[in-house]
Design a protein around this ligand. Structure first.
Ligand code: 5GP
Ligand code: MN
Length: 341
């Protein structure tokens, strides 16, 4: 973690700030971005949040959502704003490739770059890095940065709820091993700032469409394969499945966790044919590093126990490749068996 004085100097006089985050932002990515935007606005900056793509509708309640610029929908404006920016803050990703096309524009910009993140192996592009893999969420780091700046007085209830949403989701509702004492301390502070935890949980987890719930039932009964010998379970979802249940952005989020919830399963995967490419989510319990697995075989990465990647093959071929790899990892996958974690 770099000295916060570098950041203090960077934001010492009002300027034009862009905040950006990874494509298909989740609650941590969007929540941290919007809370940081709220903070920097209060410090007198002109702030715009640019997301590479759209995101799930269950995040739309966050304060500032209506001002988010979606790069895919407003490319010219986004590029212009980044060119004019004094500072570009990059939140919740460690590789510029996670911004798709927008990554090149950010890389070329002469603005000072700030990275606030908790993913493994960050690219070396930032002038100020507030980075720790020990943090459960970028939202936790964003809170800490504001705390290091001695500015927690500027955190209002809306910012607190956006940050709380990021921590709640990235800890799997305080279930994952990343749920440290500091997580509870930060969340207690956020509640003190007015975060309504029941409201946030309801808005994120219990705002399903009928189609999404039916899709869940379908995926669980028809699209889940268990490989008991390898302590592995995976879903393979076709583009026709997505169409049949009128799938919206975010509708497959969390699905992979059902595979991981099965007793004995240590490695769970969700393979989805998104037409333009196959998108894959990996989760594990224990030592088996899905970050390494995703990096090595599926052009991805993330954390040890939660990562993502992609494939240019067909769905069928991707599944075949995945099953082949699982067999190669048999020893590791059996060795990770423990009663807990
Ligand atoms: P999810 O499966 O929920 O999309 O992502 C799980 C974790 O892996 C998140 O921390 C996410 O940022 C990261 N991740 C997802 N997809 C990719 C990818 O294609 N590349 C990299 N480097 N990380 C990813
Ligand atoms: Mn995160």
């Amino acid at each position: 973690m770099q000295n916060v004085e570098i950041f203090r100097e960077l934001v010492s006089s009002p300027g034009k700030v862009i905040i950006t985050t990874h494509h298909k932002p989740d609650a941590d990515a969007l929540g941290s971005s919007l809370a940081l935007a709220g903070y920097l606005k209060k410090k007198g900056h002109q702030v715009n949040v640019i997301s590479p793509t759209d995101y799930a509708s269950f995040l739309a309640w966050m304060k500032g959502n209506e001002e988010v610029i979606v790069y895919e929908e407003q490319k010219v404006l986004s590029a212009q704003l980044i060119q004019e920016a004094d500072i570009v803050c990059c939140l919740d990703f460690s590789n510029l490739a996670r911004l798709n096309e927008l990554g090149e524009i950010v890389a070329k910009s002469s603005a000072k770059k700030v990275l606030i993140d908790h993913h493994l192996q960050p690219d070396d592009f930032a002038d100020f890095m507030y980075w720790s893999t020990a943090a459960a969420a970028t939202a936790e780091l964003t809170y800490q940065l504001i705390e290091d700046m001695e500015d927690t007085d500027l955190i209002d209830a809306d910012m607190a709820e956006s940050l709380y949403a990021g921590i709640m989701t990235d800890t799997g509702s305080f279930k994952h091993p990343n749920t440290t004492g500091n997580v509870f301390k930060v969340c207690a502070d956020l509640v003190g700032k007015g975060a309504d935890t029941a409201k946030v949980a309801k808005l994120i987890y219990d705002s399903n469409s009928v189609d999404r719930v039916k899709f869940l039932g379908f995926a669980l009964s028809e699209r889940l394969t268990i490989l008991p010998e390898y302590n592995t379970a995976y879903f393979a979802i076709s583009s026709d499945d997505l169409k049949r249940f009128k799938s919206q952005t975010g509708d497959t989020e969390g699905l992979v966790n059902y595979a991981l919830s099965i007793t004995g399963i240590k490695f769970a995967t969700l393979i989805v044919d998104r037409s333009v490419m196959i998108k894959i989510s990996f989760r594990s319990i224990g030592e088996f590093s899905v970050n390494e697995f995703a990096r090595k075989h599926f052009e991805g990465g993330g954390h040890r126990n939660a990562a993502g990647g992609k494939s240019e093959l067909t769905l069928e071929d991707t599944v075949a490749k995945f099953e082949g790899l699982v067999k190669e990892y048999k020893e590791q996958l059996s060795n990770t068996i423990k009663t807990y974690a």
